[in-house]
Write a protein that binds this ligand. Sequence first.
Ligand SMILES: [Cu+2]
Length: 224
Amino acid sequence: MPAAISAAIPFHPPLGLVRWRALHASAALAVLVAFASHAGGARAANFTVAFTDGQGKPLVDAVAMLEPAGGKGAVKPLADVEVSQAKRQFNPRITVITTGTKVTFPNFDTVRHQVYSFSPIKTFELKLYAAGPGAPITFDKPGVAVLGCNIHDTMAAWILVTDTPLFALSAASGKAQIESVPAGNYKLRVWHAGLNGPEPASVTVTVGAANAEQAVRLAVTLEP
Ligand SMILES: [Cu+2]
């Protein structure tokens, strides 16, 4: 193995690169060589989306996703994802996972819950259960699953299943930072639980070697 390749490995491996390595070992090697040939190091940058709502205020819990313009590849499932119930609420209320991820629904309340989803990407109902780990559910299709509880009508949560490992959820600042994005052209998709109707149209963005920020305003007026 040439020295340049092993020298490139200590750089933060972009998530997309890890995926590529799993899929096409030879292709990933070629990418690593290309990275090593650039004096500045790995060509990856942080891509931040600054979300605002209909009033122009920072929008929390919005999701930014980058899909390679050349088409989607396979993604690895995430590990140890939980949507718990505590104080008769789901926590977290918004969860983003990659396709194939198993999610458990532990109950930390003394009351029993009955978690369900009628969403087309995953329809399920967990039988009434008391404190405990709950059964894992595998989310094997991309899209949005809306969760509810048959006992407590006010409980609601959303699981967004995506085919790209390049995603981020916005903080209270409205900013969603996707880290270590390999340089290239991407389709930027956005989502928020408070949006009515279909997902907003995607836009094409180019990620280079420098960190970049993109402003996105979503017509969300009410928190979900
Ligand atoms: Cu409940």
